[in-house]
Design a protein around this ligand. Structure first.
Ligand SMILES: [Zn+2]
Length: 589
């Protein structure tokens, strides 16, 4: 089953695509000229704000329609050269808007009576959050010259370091013995062996992986020192207290919320450690789980689905939540919004792309009929349903930050997993539970170790570049703190800092806690649903609708949820704790 894209364009050579693409240049030129002429003085601010909003909406609609079409084609036809060329050309055109946007930030920074002006215009009132976010961000903006200088220097600084690390890690070959023969395999292939059924393979792959990092440890350390050093410099120049404060700002999240979440997470670490010890015991280890067995598969679910069966199963269970969710899914199915089977040239994994411009979504999967493929579909449909709840909003009110991006998806996944658990045999239930706990443990426990590691890394980098041994030491220390006695202290992973690409992106500091927030926020909402039942449903839709024009605290407040209180996160963690107890029970049978 292939998805239908004709709702965007019928092809790159269609009249509509070419007209839209060709009209961009003059539209961007008009916008830039307008900014040059109007944003350098403060006359008639209301009219200028309105003009900016209207132009931004027009440009954003056109760009997203063109870019979505090119990137969706590209995701199923890797060799389609036209799609790559258009993506490139569109990115360059998009950069043409930078100067006007910086000018606007400066303009809005200098408006003292912004509230009053917003109050005088329905259009501005509708975009109040959007405008105020720009005003807030303008506080951290440097002069135009400095901004351009930083952007240019980062091409030869952090971006160059990132490219180096990326190249080293993606071309790293691992020496490993397979069937008595010494061979070289790419790193991802060897890391995938962590999921192998054979314990010998898992252990051997881990040892080979560890040895291979020695070849790139010095250059990786230099890259990481370079990138994090630059982050500290720019973040301080902009007036942030720390890179963490900058990340929180970009995530629309309060420090208090982060503290509340971390407090609850720490309290529940021993619960996860019990799960790891039980898994270790089942696999025959006495001293906790060795790192190489964290992903060891436990049992199998013998259920398989055709695409049609999977969709019917999902729709049926979604209907227990609400008709609106089930009807959305039925419509997506009927109208061919999904691209299902793997085929040559199609990318791996799964994603959902929300096409606000036409009020629809498209979902890509690599469905082979397994139980976990079915739950992945439910997950992606949840993303689509989030977009569905935003479709009548202005496009400028339809974007949401990373910590709440997984709210609807995990919620929908939970609905079908819970339904499946009810009808599963003991053996199947054990396997379903284990894989869901294992996912949660990554997002709570491993994320905690990454958070501890990155905090310590920034602290030390303030005074000196870290040595390879320092990086390894603080990683081991962080893993010990997070995993406790759950893991075998002699078989940890000192090189995780080479492995996670987020550390090497200057724009993605602390790209860890948003994952934990996403999971716990979604589970917390599910706990509320179990408590409130029917009443919850319409409030939930309104909450999704509000995600594009509120900070996180206010989104949650709509449902009387206080995310600055650790108790909210504890309730979510208690749901996972229940699963862990059930897993231990089943495993002890
Ligand atoms: Zn997702």
């Amino acid at each position: 089953m292939k998805w239908s894209l004709k709702e965007l364009y019928t092809g790159f050579d269609s009249k509509e695509f070419r007209e839209d693409f060709e009209s961009l240049d003059s539209q961007i030129e008009y916008f830039s000229n307008w900014a040059n002429e109007n944003l350098e003085n403060m006359d008639t601010p209301k009219e200028k704000l309105e003009e900016y909003i209207n132009s931004s909406i027009e440009l954003s609609k056109k760009f997203s329609r063109l870019m979505s079409f090119a990137s969706l084609i590209n995701s199923v036809e890797a060799k389609n050269e036209e799609s790559l060329q258009y993506l490139d050309k569109l990115a360059v055109k998009y950069n043409g808007l930078t100067k006007a946007n910086v000018q606007f930030k400066k303009f809005i920074k200098n408006i003292d009576n912004l509230d009053e002006i917003i109050g005088s215009s329905p259009l501005l009132k509708e975009h109040e959050f959007f405008l105020k976010e720009i005003k807030k961000a303008s506080k951290y903006m440097l002069s135009e010259k400095e901004e351009i200088l930083i952007a240019k220097m980062s091409n030869t600084g952090s971006r160059a370091w990132s490219n180096l690390q990326n190249m080293l890690a993606s071309t790293l070959m691992v020496d490993i013995e397979i069937d008595g023969e010494q061979v070289q395999l790419p790193l991802p292939v060897v890391r995938n062996m962590a999921y192998d059924k054979d314990p010998e393979v898992r252990k051997k792959a881990y040892e080979a992986e560890q040895n291979s990092y020695k070849k790139i440890e010095e250059s990786s350390a230099a890259s990481l020192n370079g990138i994090k050093g630059e982050v500290l410099t720019t973040s301080e120049l902009r007036g942030f207290e720390s890179p963490l404060e900058e990340t929180l700002f970009n995530s629309r999240m309060d420090e208090k919320t982060l503290d509340a979440m971390l407090t609850a997470m720490k309290e529940f670490l021993p619960t996860f450690q019990r799960y790891f010890r039980k898994k270790a015991e089942l696999l025959g280890h006495e001293n906790g789980l060795p790192f190489y067995d964290i992903f060891a598969p436990m049992g199998e679910v013998n259920r398989s689905f055709t695409y049609e069966e999977a969709m019917n199963y999902i729709i049926e269970n979604f209907r227990t939540f609400s008709d609106r969710l089930a009807d959305y899914t039925q419509n997506a199915y009927d109208k061919n919004w999904l691209d299902i089977e793997p085929r040559e040239g199609k990318r791996g994994g799964a994603f959902c792309s929300n096409l606000h411009v036409i009020g629809e979504s498209r979902i890509l999967s690599n469905f082979n009929g397994s139980f976990s493929n079915m739950t992945t579909l439910a997950h992606e449909l949840g993303h689509g349903y989030h977009g569905f709840n935003l479709k009548d909003e202005s496009v400028l009110n339809a974007g949401y930050p990373m910590p709440i991006a997984e709210t609807a998806s995990i919620f929908c996944e939970t609905i079908v997993v819970n339904a499946a658990l009810k009808e599963a045999s003991d053996e199947e239930a054990l396997s379903i539970l284990e894989s869901s706990i294992s996912d949660a443990a990554q997002v709570i426990v491993d994320i905690m170790s990454r958070y501890i590691f990155e905090t310590e890394l920034f602290e030390r980098r303030k005074t000196h570049p870290l040595s390879v041994n320092e990086f390894k030491e603080i990683m081991i220390q962080a893993q010990k703190e997070a995993y406790g006695n759950g893991l075998d202290p002699h078989v940890l992973h000192p090189y995780m800092w080479i492995n996670k690409t987020h550390y090497y992106s200057a724009g993605r500091n602390f790209y860890n806690f948003p994952y934990a927030f996403g999971l716990l926020f979604s589970k917390g909402l599910y706990a509320e649903y179990l408590k409130r039942g029917e009443d919850f449903v319409s409030e939930y839709d309104e909450l999704l609708n509000a995600t594009g024009k509120n900070n996180i605290k206010d989104v949650a407040m709509r449902m009387d949820i206080d995310v600055n209180n650790p108790e909210f996160f504890r309730n979510s963690l208690r749901l996972i704790e229940k699963d862990i107890q059930k897993f231990i029970e089943l495993a002890s049978k």
